[in-house]
Write a protein that binds this ligand. Sequence first.
Ligand code: MG
Length: 332
Amino acid sequence: MTKVKAALFGLAFGDALGAPTEFMRYEEIIERYGERGPRDLPPRGLVTDDTQMTLAVASSLVDALAHPPLTAHALEPLLRDRFVVWLADPENNRAPGNTCLAACAALREGRPWWKATVHGSKGCGANMRVAPMGLAPGLTDDERAGAAQLQAAMTHGHPTGLAASELSALAVRWLLDGLPVAELPAALRARCESQREVYRTDWLGDDLWRRPMVDSPSQFIATGWDECLSVLTGLEDQVRYVGPDADPCVAGGAGWVAEEALATALYCLLLFPDSPLDAVARAAASSGDSDSIASLAGGMAGAVHGVDAWPADWYGRIEYRDDLNRYAAAWS
Ligand SMILES: [Mg+2]
């Protein structure tokens, strides 16, 4: 129970720690915060679009789960509604991603999602918000995978965004269920291999994959799994070669794209498997997409360690704490 709450709050804490550093150079971050990065939540605990959109996904999922079974048909209109609400929210002023803005504007016009989506985009907006698909109890891995890919596909149509979103959701789930952090990279790589030619028509329909130079659904999705597998390969070795006092983006990539955000966040966990605060501070002290990397890292670290992972006073200072508490209660 407490681990679901720690994961939800953890992703928000990471987002808030990384928000000020997203557009700072690595050297500037270290100069301001020290070698190991920002370690205290700013007084107002402001988050960014990562947490806002995670809450949109969580809200959609809670409503969909009230009327099982969970299907694309049930979930898509709810996601569309919450994404459009987020688009118009006056608080949507936290450096939102261009892909999300463009796709949500097209969703608002009522276009089919497979036409509204930005086909070429694999930005980390696809997976920075996917944790609810791993946190909700009682779903099968197939349901988590399908829902994770659908929520990604509605804005980010690139197959790597889909694969990385599935992996990001399952990572949170598997950690909640007790998989040791050290075993997670291999488990995710095995998933890349087992799912390589699995196109989820029941969740994605028969239109998304039809792109220039693509001959089949399995060929479309294989591209995404291959890119994820590539960035997850050798990640454990980077712990030794790059180490805890260096920019984590050297190991996993800058994280502006989905598979790198996951890899760099996971790398920060591998650096500090027993210290969630060190992991998320390292993620926030990164040259790339710091808030998204730290948000992904915070969600995973919370799923491992439970509520004691984070300083007690942070829970009362973070923005959107009432929403986070509501979903924590619903899924615990
Ligand atoms: Mg953000």
